[in-house]
Design a protein around this ligand. Structure first.
Ligand code: 13P
Length: 254
């Protein structure tokens, strides 16, 4: 597949995998994906496995991501993890504003924007998640919701920072449900988001930003989704927990 933007496919392991299991998965992926150069590949284990996974993939083509971070640099924030602490484990990417955090931890667009700035401050590339809920789609509000989330969650970023930011479009109704957005639904939402970026920043930035699709991505639907002009990768949940399925998603996307 020939695109200007290099595909980026990331596995969000969510709250799964002990250290031993995370190491097994990392080692298997390293073998499975050894020859792949065409796609940027990222794994996002839970915090507790970052140190060991980091060592396991050190000499590989797989990069490390975290699933969240604090908006603060350091200090009295019990239970939080700062960007600088992630850097100690060679973390390069950080998922921000995942719908599960928006839903369960009540993360707002403003908080996500503050976190995105903090991530850039530490030279981490944020993967900023947006996406509508089923009721919002059914009532015709998808674009309104995306506009609010995109403008709010990326507020304050410079053009340069935006160019190094990844957006993940994850319709909430497609996450963990087995119900994937159709290629047309994904392409429409991605093109809409790119249009917003062009208005918020400029055309050059909009053309540069990679927009991932997330929500029940599997080996069987990866190729069709990635073939859409504005779909530049995937953020994979369930299917990233097994080396074969994650490996096949990547191979089928090339
Ligand atoms: P699933 O791939 O399990 O639907 O999860 C998607 C997701 O939330 C990735 O961040």
């Amino acid at each position: 597949m020939n695109k200007d933007r290099k595909l980026i496919i990331a596995g969000n392991w969510k709250m799964n995998k002990t250290v031993a299991e995370a190491l097994d998965l990392s080692r298997a992926l390293k073998l499975e994906l050894a020859g792949v150069k065409e796609v940027d590949m990222v794994v996002c284990p839970p915090f507790t496995a970052l140190a060991d996974v980091s060592k396991a993939i050190l000499d590989s083509n797989i990069r490390l991501g975290a699933q969240n971070m604090s908006e603060h640099i350091m200090g009295a924030f019990t239970g939080e993890i700062a960007a600088g602490m992630l850097k100690e484990f060679s973390v390069r990417y950080v998922i921000l504003g995942h719908s599960e955090r928006r839903q369960y931890q009540k993360e707002s667009d403003a908080l996500v924007a503050t976190k995105a700035l903090a991530a850039h401050g530490a030279s981490l590339k944020p993967i900023v998640c947006v996406g509508e809920m089923l009721a919002e789609r059914e009532s015709g509000q998808t674009e309104k919701v995306l506009e609010r989330q995109v403008t709010g969650s990326l507020a304050g970023l410079s053009k340069e920072q935006m160019g190094e930011t990844i957006i993940a479009y994850e319709p909430v109704w497609a996450i963990g449900t087995g119900k994937t957005a159709t290629t047309a639904q994904a392409q429409d939402a991605h093109a809409f988001i790119r249009g917003l970026l062009s208005r918020m920043f400029d055309d050059t930035v909009a053309r540069r930003v990679r927009i991932q699709y997330g929500g029940s991505v599997k080996p069987s639907n990866a190729r069709e989704l990635m073939s859409q002009p504005d779909v530049d990768g995937a953020l994979v949940g369930g299917a990233s927990l097994e080396p074969r399925s994650f490996g096949d998603i990547i191979k089928n996307s090339i």
